[in-house]
Write a protein that binds this ligand. Structure first.
Ligand SMILES: [Mg+2]
Length: 160
């Protein structure tokens, strides 16, 4: 439940073609440290371009634990469906799947955290994709969580 199905070196590797090759038809995307550097409200230019190319081909749904006001500003700017706070890993994924109108096995859940994104995506049977965090928070709590995550930051079943 804690291992992602795939680990990518960056978000930019998640292309429409990569998704198509795996039978994936939609994306549930995390916000903080996945699409946006933590605490920021605008993506880096390369991630903005990546998102434009992706959403032209497949539906993308933003699922974040961010606070609602900040999330609403970001969502408005990006022009994507989504909701927050999602209370990942326990809540939010079913609602996201319903909004996408796709079965879980055809949806990639993409995020930087094992205990929210990967666990939550695996619990609903989606195809989980782990990417490296864009910016580490320096809080002790986050460093502690990263340490607990370390054994799981690889695909289930070994290399790949
Ligand atoms: Mg995140």
């Amino acid at each position: 439940m804690l291992f992602p199905r795939a680990v990518l070196p960056s978000l930019l590797h998640l292309t429409p073609r990569w998704l198509e090759e795996r039978g994936l038809k939609g994306v549930i995307l995390d916000l903080d440290n996945t699409l946006l550097p933590y605490g920021e409200e605008e993506p880096l230019p390369e991630h903005q371009a990546w998102l434009e190319a992706l959403k032209a081909e497949v539906p993308v749904y933003l699922l974040s634990n961010a606070l609602p006001d900040r999330f609403a500003r970001i969502q408005g700017r990006l022009g994507l469906p989504g909701h927050a706070p999602a209370l990942k890993p326990w809540l939010g994924f079913q609602r996201a799947l319903k909004a996408l109108g796709l079965p879980p096995q055809e949806v990639a859940v993409v995020g930087d955290q094992i205990f929210t994104d990967v666990l939550g995506g695996n619990l609903v049977g989606a195809y989980t994709v782990l990417v490296p965090p864009l910016r580490e928070r320096e809080f002790f709590y986050t460093r502690f969580i990263r340490m607990l995550e370390t054994p799981f930051r690889r695909p289930r079943g070994g290399l790949g």
